[in-house]
Ligand binder design. Structure first.
Ligand code: SF4
Ligand code: SF4
Length: 364
């Protein structure tokens, strides 16, 4: 699925003078702060959701907290189903509406800023990055799988995505609504929580294996297995903002390609269109040359690099601004229009939450 634009470098291969960057780059520090904050937000949501579920499991005794709808960000399939329902009917679904708003928000981010969700916000992406950095420390390096193995492995995430899309694609609006209203659909979030709380030996071994592979190969889960990332990658093909290299300002040092966790040939291309680019800006952060590499809109036609990229490139704070605008904008809109919460009576949760583990998929 890699669709890099292999446009030839118009400048012949000769040693070019380095014009050093005028200002130091803080993109990675800022990105790590944003990753940390989003991880904290998810941790807080997880703890609140756990307390909420425990209240019903104890038969309505103990600490009573509000159900945090933000946990529905962990239900991407519900998000996809509800988004389809919304576009078919024009109605915001009653069950797990937050899943739909968050799904739409993350897709919007991909449409505008490549897969920035993966490298700036996603907690799994943050863990993946932590693991490959840890692996690099422990083993001295990360592995790069040979192309003949890497390419077919990358197709796995599209196969998984295709399965979900095929199943959801044939469902009518009535079928989607009925599915969400089943006991299984109502407490899909509790089932997710129980999966991690009562993890079986098989699941634990699989997660441990994925952890080890993530230490060895950069972003193993994201690169090969995540169907959500696959969908965002496809949406990211339409992003007007891309990593763009200015061949005249570039001194061909290849630092960008060496720093790219997706293994992209940044130093050979004039724009990175591939579905694998996560807009992490690691390449931009190591580039020593002024105006040589940027996360930017298409350049202007101008004689100097400074003119070509003026008001076209986005710094890390601008990326944060766009992500925050989409995220908080949608959450606040959903809250203001009373479409954020799943409004079910306590009695329904009292009945379902304690038995969530026994509930099976309606199709089974
Ligand atoms: S290092 Fe650059 S090219 Fe590679 S994934 Fe990050 S932003 Fe994209
Ligand atoms: S880091 Fe990449 S874009 Fe920057 S000067 Fe070196 S080769 Fe060119």
């Amino acid at each position: 699925m890699a669709t890099q634009t292999a446009q030839p470098n118009p400048i012949p291969n000769r040693k070019k003078a380095l014009v050093r960057r005028f200002r130091p780059d803080h993109s990675q520090r800022i990105r790590h702060i944003v990753q940390g904050l989003f991880l904290l937000l998810n941790g807080w949501l997880g703890i609140q959701f756990y307390l909420w579920a425990r209240f019903f499991e104890r038969g309505g005794t103990g600490l009573s907290v509000t159900r945090p709808s933000g946990v529905e960000g962990w239900l991407p399939i519900a998000g996809l189903m509800n988004t389809k329902y919304f576009f078919m009917t024009g109605h915001v679904p009653a069950i797990h509406p937050a899943a739909m708003f968050l799904f739409i928000g993350f897709m919007l981010m991909s449409l505008l800023l490549k897969k920035a969700f993966c490298s700036w916000l996603c907690p799994v992406g943050t863990f993946s990055e932590f693991l490959w950095r840890l692996g690099r420390r422990v083993f001295g390096r990360n592995l790069h799988l040979p192309r003949w193995f890497d390419l077919p492995l990358r197709s796995f995430k599209y196969i998984l995505l295709g399965l979900f899309v095929a199943v959801i694609g044939v469902m009518s609006a009535e079928a989607l609504e009925s599915f969400m209203a089943t006991p299984y659909g109502l407490v899909a979030d509790v089932k997710m929580l129980n999966f991690f709380r009562d993890i079986g030996i098989t699941a634990a071994v699989v997660i441990a294996l994925l952890g080890l592979l993530s230490m060895l190969v950069q972003n193993f889960w994201c690169r090969y297995l995540c169907p959500y990332g696959a969908l965002m990658g496809l949406a990211s093909l339409l992003s007007p903002v891309k990593i763009r290299r200015d061949a005249e300002a570039c001194i061909d040092c290849s630092k960008c390609s060496k720093a790219c966790p997706a293994g992209l040939a940044v130093d050979k291309l004039v724009q990175i269109r591939t579905v694998e680019c996560t807009a992490c800006m690691a390449c931009v952060s190591v580039c020593p040359a002024q105006d040589a590499l940027q996360l930017a809109l298409a350049p202007r036609k101008a004689a100097t690099a400074a003119e070509r990229w003026r008001r076209r490139s986005l710094g890390p704070l601008a990326v944060c601004g766009v992500l925050a605008y989409i995220f908080f904008g949608l959450v606040l809109f959903a809250r203001a229009t009373n479409h954020w919460q799943t409004n079910l009576p306590q009695s329904v949760y009292m009945q379902l939450v304690p038995h969530a583990s026994q509930l099976t998929h309606p199709g089974m």
